[in-house]
Design a protein around this ligand. Structure first.
Ligand SMILES: *Cc1c(COP(=O)(O)O)cnc(C)c1O
Length: 378
């Protein structure tokens, strides 16, 4: 058997929609992007949604509209995909890395409070592998210290916090549609916001700072001569991608439902094994299980990397859990020299098991059987 760690859930419908879009001749940002944005905002419960080329550019533009620049500090967990920190560097600000909680791998509000200084301007919270962080606790800190909250929801499309979808809780929520996430457009990103000024400026910035977009000009019976109001970027999503995204979004709830079934099967099969710690969903959270990450305790007879190799020898791909950014060469070379013991331990000891919608029961059984065997629990 050959089992990948993840697999997008795309089908002929997405292919047909991309095909149809190509034949309309409108291939970059146009009517499909507008439709995708409208439907995405409606789905997450925000007033607006702004489509961009990926989540990294979504974070970059969010930091710009939040007014973050050189000299500012932005707090974020080191334990995240490195793009979270990189976006902060793009605007000339300094990422200040904080700890995560060991049960959830999510940002630790107590460590955030310790690391707030007079230079702190914003906090980027990350919904780790789809599991929402403590939004209300972080919002309270933001209110107390006049900070802007940005949510890195790259992995969290379809997840909810306190009964409301991620995307509806604050004004700069950034999503990814990379194939490793729960829904995909190849590459792609979205910023959900209910702030009309943010929405306008984000739309301008993603298209070179232009005063008018192509679709509005195309539909106008008056000549419109554009101006470029500020130095912007080309961070557009294409209409071909948006067409795929519209269908993926329609499938999102059923995708999450299936992912939850598979995760519950894993949780049940692994619940009696002492030498591992299983992922955790609090009563406030509803996770889309973007990844299923298991912590290997030091009492385990075998190391995390040896488990990964053994599984690979059997045709099962796994991945290390979430990385830490502060230990990557890119940040060491920028002079970052800190210790974050909880994050480091979690990153070194966790393993992501295969989980994807079209997974068969036979594949699920195969993963569990061999994972247990690696842990001497068969
Ligand atoms: C994937 C990911 C990103 C980057 O998303 P792209 O769309 O690939 O730019 C950023 N943050 C987190 C937490 C991610 O998982």
């Amino acid at each position: 058997m050959k089992i990948p760690v993840a697999k997008p859930y795309l089908g002929v419908e997405e292919a047909q929609l991309a095909y149809d879009t190509i034949l309309t001749n409108w291939v970059t940002q146009g009517p499909r992007v507008a439709e995708f944005e409208e439907k995405f905002a409606q789905y997450v419960g925000s007033e607006y949604a702004v489509a961009v080329s990926n989540c990294t550019t979504a974070l970059h533009l969010s930091l710009i509209v939040a007014g973050i620049g050189p000299g500012d500090e932005v707090i974020c967990p080191s334990m995240s995909y490195i793009a979270t920190a990189n976006a902060i560097v793009y605007v000339g600000a300094t990422p200040v890395f904080v700890e995560v909680k060991s049960e959830t791998y999510n940002i630790d509000p107590a460590d955030v409070e310790r690391k707030i200084t007079s230079k702190t301007k914003a906090i980027i919270g990350v919904h780790q592998i789809g599991l929402p962080f403590e939004i209300d606790e972080i919002k309270t800190l933001c209110a107390k210290h006049s900070l802007i909250l940005i949510e890195d929801a790259a992995c969290a499309a379809g997840s909810s916090y306190k009964g409301k979808k991620i995307g509806s809780h604050s004004d700069l929520v950034c999503f990814s549609f990379h194939p490793r996430k729960v829904i995909t457009t190849g590459d792609g990103g979205m910023i959900a916001t209910s702030n009309p000024e943010y929405a306008d400026r984000l739309k301008r910035l993603r298209q070179h700072g232009m005063s008018v977009n192509d679709r509005v000009r195309h539909l106008s019976d008056k000549v419109i001569v554009e101006d470029h109001l500020e130095v912007g970027y080309n961070y557009r999503m294409t209409d071909i991608q948006a067409a795929v995204g519209i269908r993926q979004l329609e499938k999102l709830d059923s995708i999450v439902e299936r992912r939850r079934e598979i995760a519950n099967f894993y949780l049940n099969e692994l619940k009696d094994i002492d030498c591992i710690r299983l992922p955790f969903e609090s009563e406030n959270d509803f996770t889309n299980w973007q990844s299923f990450s298991v912590y290997i305790k030091s009492s385990c007879p075998i190391s995390r990397n040896d488990i990964m190799q053994k599984m690979l020898d059997l045709g099962i791909s796994t991945r290390r859990g979430i990385m830490t950014s502060h230990r990557e060469t890119a940040y060491k070379n920028r002079g970052v020299d800190i210790s974050l013991p909880v994050s480091e331990d979690a990153a070194d000891r966790s393993i992501v098991l295969p989980l994807y919608v079209p997974m068969s029961q036979e594949e699920m059984d195969y993963v569990i059987k061999h994972f247990k065997a690696c842990l001497n629990q068969d």
